[in-house]
Design a protein around this ligand. Structure first.
Ligand SMILES: Nc1ncnc2c1ncn2[C@@H]1O[C@H](COP(=O)(O)OP(=O)(O)OP(=O)(O)O)[C@@H](O)[C@H]1O
Length: 254
């Protein structure tokens, strides 16, 4: 088997250590994510899905275990440094974009993701044509909004922009934390379709948290279910295609 892009080795996360509130959120997780895997991640509220993404993106250090990206040990590396390799889109359209900057300025910012260098607005003019071309392919009219302040966009436009910002500079790993959950059904469907297209075109490796069983079955090549901090189901390819919603629900048991 070829080498994993991301490997989680014996990851455990406990909070409030040494107090009555001590709690295990992730329990000895071992996972190999292969290059090009598009994983849909399911689990009941509180199963530990967001915590797992936080351990991968570096906002949370695990209590024990290691996070390896292409064999490189990321454990202990800051979130800012990991941003060079890992991009994330959150559920809240307000996260991930700067409201007092224009759409074009936000895109310029995204092209510098993970770099220390400051933002040079004079570089913007040279990039406008390329930005216009990128947003022209998007579903909800962002093309006409390049000079609009992001705070004035609709939630759907803002979330589409967040997705474009996360992928404009190809990340090694893309993390999506219920990124369409706050959108209306049509806008959500369009952004999921865009996600699927971009992941395929750019051959991205991606983990997408969702509560929609249909979407978890429809998208991706691999499906994981987390229950009480443990991976209780991990299926890929044909086994995933044959899975039904009813079967998945069995793994949601308390
Ligand atoms: N820093 C923390 N301190 C205490 N408890 C925490 C902390 N972070 C997470 N938790 C708890 O750990 C559990 C897992 O949380 P997490 O957000 O990872 O779940 P989730 O599977 O993403 O849930 P949801 O589907 O509701 O978003 C929850 O019970 C949560 O309250």
């Amino acid at each position: 088997m070829s080498e994993a892009l991301l490997e989680l080795k014996n990851i455990s996360t406990r909070v409030n250590l040494g107090t009555k509130e001590e709690k295990t959120i992730l329990q000895d997780i071992n996972l190999k994510i292969m290059p090009g895997d598009f994983i849909t991640l399911l689990g009941t509220n509180g199963a530990g899905k967001s915590t797992l993404l936080n351990v991968i993106n570096g906002t949370l250090q695990p209590t024990s275990g290691q996070v390896l990206l292409q064999g490189r040990d990321l454990t202990g590396m800051s979130e800012v440094k990991r941003a060079k390799f890992i991009a994330q889109v959150f559920q809240d359209p307000k996260l991930g974009t700067a409201p007092r900057m224009t759409v074009a300025e936000n895109l310029l910012l995204a092209t510098k993701r993970g770099q220390r260098r400051g933002l040079r607005m004079r570089h913007l003019r040279g990039q406008m044509a390329a930005f216009k071309e990128r947003v022209a392919q998007l579903p909800n009219g962002l093309e006409e909004r390049l000079q609009t302040f992001v705070g004035d966009l609709s939630g759907g436009q803002r979330q589409t922009l967040s997705f474009l910002m996360a992928t404009i500079q190809r990340p090694e790993l893309l993390l999506l934390d219920e990124h369409t959950a706050a959108l209306d059904p049509n806008t959500s469907r369009d952004l999921l379709q865009l996600t699927d297209d971009v992941v395929a075109q750019e051959k991205l490796t991606c983990i997408m948290i969702t509560h929609q069983l249909k979407d978890a079955l429809k998208y991706g090549n691999r499906l994981l279910v987390l229950n009480a901090g443990q991976v209780v189901l991990d299926v890929r390819d044909e086994a995933k295609q044959q899975l039904t919603e009813k079967e998945i629900l069995r793994y949601f048991a308390d």
